[in-house]
Design a protein. Structure first.
Lengths: 504, 169
């Protein structure tokens, strides 16, 4: 803006462009309206020099780069009126700038809105709002542009998956459970299978554990990539979305290659995984692993030094670790506030203790830390996958317990016992001993725990998912209160709520 | 899961709340669980908090139909210090499905208690906002109860309406 201010007094040619030629005609135009239109053009020309002038709607048809007959025929008196008006503008603008300069945006958010009157405005955002990342409704109480209160209203995506799972045999419940948090399907399946394996007392073969780790970490990268793309889209950075989704497609291709589906793969079974990885999959994965760190460097080159992104993220949505923990927040949000709590380290499951990786933590707990932690987590995930791929042990990929896992196809032709097991498993499913189990894992959004109660039958008596998005969303009010409404969108995006997981 | 000695110490600490405060305990596999009387749940969690179990990670409700007391509420506590988990359970009957709310002390329980109310009809007394959370406000019944019929949800399309619904009045 400042560069434009000194051009206000008169027409100044600008780079010899078409826009400057227009402005010269306009300076002696007959009406003040015309002059104001030119100023608008002047201001917009700072960003889009070539397209600005023809685009102004109220400037009549004569404003082309060719000679303007109307402009040429105007007289002198109007020019003085213009000058007076110009001075008015100058003083108004100066007063405005002076007013603006007195506002301390950092500490007096309330004062901006309350200097004249206190008026609260309740507006409803959603459930259909692109920036809410799903069908989330936010009942916001605004004072000017400042959020005074925000209430998330959820339930628009409730599909009763937990009830549906109670009506399915244990192994048939995996596909429905997978569909809760639809960006973390491997995690949902892992938590559920882990809980059932706990009840059954089944040992998962080492190779299956490693394959699970590879897929879980690929899923984490994929989920964080979707988060990265959509969040930056909310902040106005569009191109990163395409880059992030390009890499996400590579991951989805890998999923499709190993399990036949891009999403909701049902690859994890109770007792192991559905099948061994196909020939050539490891090479494809290796190519992805070689490429991904470079891609992350490229994302960071685009974002981490971007002035706009930094101003939108830094010191926005800050919430200290104590409040976050009181709200039950876990995962990257908590780690961004400086608490190095990661279930993969603290209570290792599925052989996570075999791998060497770090837990990225932030310092302040603002949106920038949340961004940085997630980027760093993707790097660590790549490291984990590399180690799991290099150390992938030989052996079976699913437990040999025929009461739990289907017998291999070739046995069906020769073994009567295998046929019976197959029949029983497919028709009735496995019977799980009575008991209750809670199996927490580290999902991309925090602690994803699955609670399963068995009453001794072949169907679970209760499946409950402790979804991190559902619990984390409670802290959103504390994060957003006192912020501008635009920052609330950024904070919500950095919270990374997934409505499929919240409503289940 | 704490080992048996540590678990018994925790049970002793919780049991000191009052006579018959601890109903039963369970310690097997990966799971350690203390079942307490519903009216002492707040005090129980506070005592466990003083023992390092400072995080309430999850709260589940469940239905033991046809057993009585029918409903159970489970509190999954986590200790960063011991890297350990302990579960606390309360059981309430169908005739009086009321549990004191722990939301004032543990804010994270807010949504989860509302969900338990929504799905099972367990009322958490003292919760600041005891409303349905996932289902519509006017929904009848609590669908996660074991005796709630699957497919029992009537869908009223406007074409099937027998008389003027008058919802706009």
């Amino acid at each position: 803006m400042s560069s434009d201010d000194d051009k206000r007094d008169g027409p100044v040619p600008e780079d010899g462009s078409a826009a400057s030629a227009d402005r010269e005609h306009d300076s002696d135009a007959s009406t003040t309206e015309r002059e104001r239109g030119a100023r608008v053009a002047d201001e917009t020309s700072a960003t889009t020099p070539s397209a600005s002038t023809p685009g102004q709607p109220d400037e009549g048809g004569g404003r082309s780069t060719s000679a303007d007959p109307e402009g040429a025929s105007t007289g002198a008196p109007t020019a003085t009126a213009l000058k007076e008006r110009e001075e008015d503008w100058e003083t108004i603008a100066k007063r405005y700038r002076a007013d603006e300069a007195t506002i301390d945006f950092s500490s007096q958010l309330g004062a901006v809105a309350t200097q004249d009157e206190t008026e609260l405005l309740t507006i409803n955002m959603g459930p259909h709002h692109p920036a809410t990342h799903g069908v989330l409704r936010l009942l916001t109480t605004l004072e000017g542009e400042v959020i005074r209160d925000v209430k998330p209203i959820i339930g628009y995506l409730h599909t009763g998956i937990e009830k549906t799972a109670e009506d399915k045999a244990y192994w048939k419940a995996i596909p429905v459970v997978e569909r809760m948090d639809y960006l973390a399907y491997y995690f949902n399946a892992m938590a559920y299978c882990g809980a059932v394996e706990d009840l059954l007392g089944v040992e998962v073969p080492k190779r299956a554990q490693y394959l699970r780790v590879i897929h879980l970490e690929l899923n984490r990268i994929m989920s964080h990539l979707v988060w990265l793309g959509t969040t930056m889209l909310d902040l106005g950075a569009i191109s990163i979305l395409w880059y992030a989704f390009r890499e996400r497609e590579t991951v989805l291709d890998l999923f499709e290659y190993s399990s036949g589906q891009r999403m909701h793969t049902r690859y994890f079974q109770i007792g192991g995984v559905a099948d061994d990885i196909p020939a050539g999959w490891a090479d494809k994965l290796q190519r992805f692993l070689d490429e991904m760190p470079t891609r992350l460097d490229q994302y960071e080159a685009m974002l981490s030094k971007n002035e706009i992104i930094l101003q939108r993220l830094k010191d926005v949505g800050v919430l200290d670790a104590e409040s976050l923990q009181a709200w039950g927040v876990s995962g990257p949000l908590l780690r961004a506030a400086g608490v190095p709590w990661d279930l993969r380290k603290a209570q290792p499951y599925s052989s996570y203790d075999d791998f060497d990786f770090k837990i990225p933590v932030g310092t302040v707990g603002d949106n920038y830390d949340r961004y940085a932690v997630r980027i760093a987590e993707m790097r660590e995930s790549v490291k984990i996958i590399q180690q799991a791929l290099d150390g992938l042990p030989e052996g079976p990929v699913i437990t040999g317990d025929r009461k739990v896992a289907l017998p291999p196809r070739h046995e069906l032709a020769t073994s009567m016992e295998a046929l019976i097991h197959h029949f029983k498993l497919v028709t009735e499913g496995m019977r799980v001993p009575e008991g209750e189990s809670y199996y927490p894992i580290e999902g991309p959004r925090g602690e994803l725990g699955c609670f399963v109660r068995s009453d001794g039958s072949s169907k679970p008596a209760r499946v409950h998912m402790r979804d991190p998005s559902f619990v984390n969303l409670q802290a959103f009010g504390d994060m957003a209160r006192g912020e501008y409404i635009a920052d609330m969108i950024a904070t919500l995006a950095c919270l990374d709520p997934l409505l499929g997981g919240i409503d289940r | 899961m704490p080992d048996l000695a540590a678990f018994e110490r925790l049970v002793g600490i919780v049991g000191a709340v009052g006579d018959d405060a601890v109903v039963t305990t369970h310690h097997r596999g990966r799971r350690a669980e203390i079942q307490v009387r519903p009216d002492v749940i707040g005090e129980t969690l506070e005592r466990l908090r003083s023992q390092g179990y400072t995080h309430l990670m999850s709260l589940h409700a469940l239905d033991y139909y046809p057993d009585e007391p029918r409903f159970g509420v489970l509190y999954e506590l986590l200790s960063y210090e011991h890297q350990d988990r302990v579960a606390v359970k309360v059981r309430v009957p169908l005739s009086a499905p009321r549990v004191p709310s722990v939301t004032p002390k543990w804010p994270t329980a807010s949504f989860q208690e509302r969900e338990a109310f929504d799905m099972f009809g367990i009322v958490f007394e003292g919760h600041p906002d005891m409303r349905r959370i996932l289902l519509p406000e006017d929904y009848l019944g609590h669908p996660q109860r074991r005796d709630f019929p699957i497919g029992g949800e009537p869908i009223l399309f406007t074409g099937n309406e027998q008389r003027n619904p008058g919802w706009w009045k």
